[in-house]
Each structure stands twice: as structure tokens, then as C-alpha cells.
Design a protein around this ligand. Sequence first.
Ligand SMILES: [Zn+2]
Length: 332
Amino acid sequence: MKKLTFVYGPVGSSKTANALMERFEYIQKGFGVTLCKPASDTRDGYTLVRSRIGLEAAAHVITPETDIINLVKGAGNSIVIVDEAQFFSTKQIEAFRELADMGYEVVCYGLKTDFRTNLFEGSKRLLELADVVKELEVVCRCGRKATINARLDDKGNVETDGDLIDCGYHYTSMCYHCWKNSTQERVCDTADTIRMQQLLKKLEHPKNAFARKRLPGWFENSKAYAVMMREKYKYEQSEESLRVLYICNHLCPNLAHLIGKPIPPSPSYVRREPDAMKEYTDLLFKYEFENTQAGVRDQDGNILIHGVHHSPEEFALIQEYVERMTKDELHQ
Ligand SMILES: [Zn+2]
């Protein structure tokens, strides 16, 4: 009795190249090899198996209707090499198992899991039925062993749900650690985008019209800040999200929502007290930076006092600055 072998490895682990090299070695030693691939893989055209390093060979394309046992018997070779085996059904893998039992040497190459980290149907059955399971290893960009087949969208973001159907996605292998971090960045992105939309609503509130009029000089700072935030937290790289972030931060320096009324430092104050203004700006900048990304605003755009990631001392200091400047402005 010959055996059924499953060789699995993540994207980029040279499975196809290994399959073709194994085929070549058998042929060199005088064995006939039947090369198979599932019809769902249309990457290389209908009957060609091609590796990234340029090796290629013609393969029997197996559709759901193909009688695998009859096809292999008819081909008359003692060795069967299967590429992209993950795409076969349970029943089809069972046919390859039967062939091994009948005296064929069957070697299946494939991915173990899909981009959602679940076993492929074919791979599951192979793990259950194979006599020998081998792993082809590849390293992640961080140097760890890569185990996850990550799907990237056209912006390079990792996708964790959606259809299994491959419509021009790019795949890469990653370790679990890097993959998890990539997906969390994405979750953060979504939360921030929602908050930015909420803040845009705040912009429409009449009380902010006054604040906006009082702060013409803040625009450039806000813009720089928005760009920095976008870089740091990988906001969606769309003009719309940048614009929303930009507008939000244009309004935030007022702290209107903190003390109930808009009290920006006046242009005359800025001219008179450049050092104080700088200190104020730095503090405000830090405050804004820590809170805009921490999810501390409610539906109406109010800053939540509890659960805010800054010390009470810092918070009090900011309030003090704001109040002092209000008084100064009133006594001008
Ligand atoms: Zn990694």
C-alpha cells in the first residue's frame, strides 16, 4: 500500500515549486506522474500549474464532475501529485485516499487555512486522512514563523471577513501576532471613523459657528495635527476622513464642550503672550492627542470626564489655562 501525503504551507512557501520539483525528480527516476489541480484555481490558465519562480507543467484539471479514480487509472502513472489541494471537497479528497489504498503514491500540496484562519474543506479532510503530514515553513516580516494567510484589500488592510471567492485580492503570510495587530488597527480605524462622523455632527451645532469664527489662526495647526493623527493611527487614507478629522480638531481647541461656552484665546492675546500661548498650545495639543483617539466623547461630542486617559492634574491645569485666558480676554 502506498501512502497519502499532505504537504501544507502558508502563502509564499513555494508549495507549487515543491510540487513541480517533486514531479521532476520522480520523472528523472523513470516514474510516470499524474499532476492534478482543481478547476477552481484559474490562476495559471486552464491546464497549467505554474510556480512563482517560473517552473510549470501541464495538469489535469479536476472539476466537481470529474471521476478522479478513473482519471488517475486512465493516465496510467503510479505517482499522483496534486496542487492547490485545499480547494477539493471532502468527497474528492476521499477519492485520493482510495487511490493511495489502491497502490498509488499520492502527494497533495495546499494551504491549511483560509484568510479567516479556518481550515479549508480539502485541507481538513487531508489532515484527517493523510498518512504523512509535512509543513513548509516561511517567516513573517517580523522574523517569526508565518502561519496565517492574510488577505489584503486594495489599500493593504488585512481583511478578516467576507467571501472566500478570490476577486483579485492580494495574499500574504504573517505570524499570528502581526496578523492580530493588523486586524486590531482596522477595528480602531472603524471606531475612529464613526467618532469622526459624530464630531462632524457636532460641527453642525449652532454653538460651534461662533467658535469657528473666533479661531481663524487655528486652521493650519489643526491640519498638521490631522495629518499626524492620520499617520499615527492609520486612518482611512481618504480625503473625506482627513477632512472630518481636520474639522473636528479645528473645533476641539475651544474646549467649548468642556466648560460650556466657546472661549478661544483671542488673536490679541496670542500677540501679547506668545510664550503663554505656546505653553497652552502644547498642553492642549497633548490633551487633544490623547483624547481624540481614546474614544472619550459621547454621541453629542462632549468629552467624558471619567475614563479619560490623562491625569486629573493635567485636566485641572488645562481648565485653569482656559479660564485664565477667558478672564484676560474679558478684562482687555
Ligand atoms: Zn510577524
